[in-house]
Design a protein around this ligand. Structure first.
Ligand SMILES: CC(C)(COP(=O)(O)OP(=O)(O)OC[C@H]1O[C@@H](n2cnc3c(N)ncnc32)[C@H](O)[C@@H]1OP(=O)(O)O)[C@@H](O)C(=O)NCCC(=O)NCCS
Length: 276
């Protein structure tokens, strides 16, 4: 049975994502639920939660599917497919024009069967910010005061209005949201690695300043940094900070949708596989 997920289900959601060794925290589940209270579902079988799927919408322009998880002992029975079909019907009824997701190797065959095609690849890089990278002594505002300038930057780079997401992230992790003219960076803790991103900047030097600024807070913390290898500047930056590629996912789009283009050269770190 599929039903809407609520905050009471977060402990079950944490158990689900632990079986896949994912990095999200209870706060991450809370944020997805706050952003999309109608668009998060669980699958119940034998009196327990065995699967989940979320669909975060950015107005009617775009929805991002995430947290597609099924307990190992319940896999191969059509549960993820049922959850995905449920999510796609919901998005269709809401008139959402474009649906995307970041697919693991395990998820990809399911999404292909449902009509998703690869648009580009996205890579997870991991590392600890290298303190020998070029120092940057220019000041960066310590915290974000207003989400509007960053929402505008983000819209041009990402191709949809993520102001609600950015507002939520900067509210829940205020010490991890930084802005300078022409760029912003946010971050958040994970259960294991710190998650660096999203980061959008109109030039690589801005992204470098923002990320170098993190050194003051997180010099010895191991981090994940999800980037689009189509942006060579992002690859070069991650390497220069001492990060290494760890895994590759496929960024996929549902065929037949009408999607707004973004500007990949301004995307230096993604927001997370559940957000785009
Ligand atoms: C990916 C995952 C959610 C699939 O869940 P599931 O309930 O086993 O998937 P389903 O049983 O609904 O399978 C749906 C379809 O995909 C196919 N499929 C699923 N996993 C597959 C695999 N690894 N290889 C090939 N085909 C696969 C099934 O044969 C089925 O096809 P059909 O409907 O034409 O018969 C599950 O394996 C999982 O939780 N993995 C770990 C987390 C993860 O990677 N999630 C995906 C994030 S993008």
């Amino acid at each position: 049975m599929i039903r809407r997920m609520t905050t009471d289900d977060i402990p079950a959601g944490m158990r689900l994502k632990e079986t896949a060794n994912w990095n999200q925290t209870a706060q991450d589940w809370e944020n997805v639920l706050a952003l999309e209270p109608q668009g998060c579902w669980v699958y119940e079988a034998e009196g327990k939660i065995v699967g989940s799927t979320t669909a975060v919408t950015y107005g009617e322009d775009l929805a991002w599917i995430g947290m597609v998880l099924v307990l190992p002992e319940y896999r191969g029975r059509g549960i993820a497919r049922a959850l995905m079909e449920h999510a796609l019907r919901y998005l269709d009824a809401r008139g959402v024009k474009c649906v995307k997701l970041d697919a693991t190797d395990m998820g990809r065959p399911l999404y292909e069967r449902l009509g998703f095609v690869e648009e580009t690849s996205i890579e997870r890089w991991a590392g600890t910010l290298n303190p020998t990278s070029p120092p940057d002594d220019l000041p960066v505002p310590a915290a974000l005061v207003d989400v509007e300038p960053i929402a505008a930057l983000d819209r041009a780079a990402f191709g949809a209005d993520r102001s609600r997401l950015l507002g939520r992230l900067s509210e829940t992790f205020p010490q991890d949201a930084h802005y300078l003219p022409g760029g912003y960076l946010m971050g958040r803790p994970g259960v294991r690695e710190y998650f660096l991103g999203p980061c959008v900047a109109d030039h690589a030097a801005g992204a470098r300043r923002l990320i170098a600024h993190c050194l003051s807070q997180y010099a010895t913390t191991r981090m994940f940094w999800d980037l689009l290898p189509a942006n060579q500047d992002a690859v070069d930056l991650a390497r220069s900070f001492g990060f290494e590629p760890q895994r590759k996912l496929a960024r996929m789009t549902l065929k037949g949708g009408v999607c707004q283009p973004g500007n990949v050269s301004q995307v230096f770190a993604a927001a997370g596989f559940e957000y785009g």
